[in-house]
Design a protein around this ligand. Structure first.
Ligand SMILES: NC(=O)c1ccc[n+]([C@@H]2O[C@H](COP(=O)([O-])OP(=O)(O)OC[C@H]3O[C@@H](n4cnc5c(N)ncnc54)[C@H](O)[C@@H]3O)[C@@H](O)[C@H]2O)c1
Length: 373
């Protein structure tokens, strides 16, 4: 039986634990008891995960709690919207809550981001727990307290930094996760190796088949190493004034590609990130920051596992350069109108590069054969 891993996110009074292991849902009563005992609990999930795990979880924690309710929102990125935020807040307020009520986000990154923001907003802040069910949410979005929804103007533009009380990662729930979603989550794991741990990237080059076939020891190690790196960065820079931006490696590209598809489900966040990682290393090479072999190695790994490595490889969107740049200009990292990217000196060493001009990005995309207009 694999060991249960435990990581602390050190944020003073807002510190919390991440537990990682198989079958943790089954013992959710043990892990959650300190947080839900005698309290009103509302479990929020989506219409795909809810029917599989929501009642199961409710039954396990019910004996501890004063009351447990289940709510669901439609599955998919479109639920990270004002209309779903409104609707779920109304539903919760109609049930009737007080400052002791605790929410449980049971789902992927969409549920985690949405429920976190709902928790930050209701009664000016009530507690919440993250039980991430997609690989992407288990290695990234459930940790660090970035919560929010998308705006017409761009992704994640409305939200709050608001930390959960606990993150419970049950690696067995990934059995029901579609393969495409699993791969999309793997892109964020690759990101950690690329941004700050070359040895971890080497480990992934060797062990990816075991991680993606859910061999528990290897899977747990990959999730643990990702969460450790995220926890360390978040503890140093909770509100992204500095090094937390490194977690956005590939994301200036990715967020623009996602916005172009209008979050219609044709392009998964992790797929956009994979393409963004390949492009970030290519741009790093073009700017003489890293060797060509490094960029080639990154793209080779992405392609080997079945992820896109550049814009042309994306299943959705063949937008022109000017449309891509218009979306990039809305990125939260930009300063005074110039674009900011996270680029790399080599595998395992990323840095923030501000003041990249539109002209430079235009010629970069032209060199990749993307349409000008
Ligand atoms: N807050 C952060 O720090 C952060 C970091 C990275 C990504 N994100 C956000 O996360 C979101 C993407 O998350 P995601 O990829 O998990 O998307 P998602 O929540 O839409 O989940 C993907 C799909 O998988 C289904 N699913 C999830 N777990 C399942 C399971 N165990 N079995 C069967 N189906 C399952 C969901 O119902 C959904 O259809 C994006 O909105 C992105 O912006 C946030």
């Amino acid at each position: 039986m694999p060991k249960i891993e435990n990581i602390s996110v050190g944020l003073g009074q807002r510190s919390y634990q991440i537990f990682i292991g198989p079958d943790l849902l089954k013992s959710a009563n043990l892990y959650l008891s300190d947080f839900v005992s005698k309290k009103q609990v509302i479990i929020i999930s989506d219409t795909i995960i809810g029917p599989i795990y929501q009642n199961y979880l409710a039954k396990i924690i019910m004996p501890l709690c004063a009351k447990v309710d289940n709510l669901q929102v439609p599955a998919g990125e479109s639920s990270k919207s004002f209309s779903t935020f409104n609707k779920i807040c109304d539903e919760i307020l109609n049930i009737g809550i007080d400052r002791n009520t605790i929410l449980i986000a049971l789902g992927g990154g969409v549920i985690g981001d949405l429920v976190g923001f709902v928790s930050a907003s209701l009664l000016r802040g009530i507690e919440y727990i993250q039980i991430p069910t997609s690989l992407l949410a288990q290695v990234d979005s459930s940790v660090g307290g970035k919560t929010g929804i998308n705006a017409k103007a761009g992704k994640n533009l409305i939200g709050a930094f608001y930390q959960p009380k606990l993150v419970l990662v049950d690696t067995n729930v990934l059995i029901s996760l579609p393969k495409r979603q699993l791969l999309a989550g793997y892109a964020e794991i690759v990101k950690y190796g690329l941004l700050g741990d070359a040895n971890f990237f080497v480990w992934l080059e060797k062990n990816w088949p075991d991680v993606l076939s859910l061999k528990q020891d290897k899977l747990i190690y990959a999730i643990k190493r990702s969460c450790e790196m995220k926890a360390e960065i978040v503890a140093t820079d909770e509100t992204e004034k500095g090094m937390r931006a490194l977690l956005n490696l590939g994301h200036t590209f990715a967020h623009a590609f996602e916005a172009i598809t209008n979050y219609d489900g044709n392009l998964l966040h992790g797929e956009a990130v994979a393409a963004g990682l390949g492009l970030a290393f290519d741009l790093s090479f073009v700017r003489d920051m890293c060797e060509k072999e490094e960029a080639n190695r990154v793209r080779a790994h992405l392609l080997q596992v079945g992820l896109p490595d550049n814009y042309a490889a994306l299943p959705a969107g063949k937008a022109s350069i000017s449309v891509i740049i218009e979306h990039m200009k809305k990125d939260k990292k930009n300063i005074s109108g110039n674009l900011t990217f996270i680029l790399a000196n080599k595998i395992g060493s990323a840095r923030v590069v501000p003041n990249i001009t539109e002209e430079e990005i235009k010629s970069f995309f032209m060199s990749k054969g993307v349409n000008c207009v």
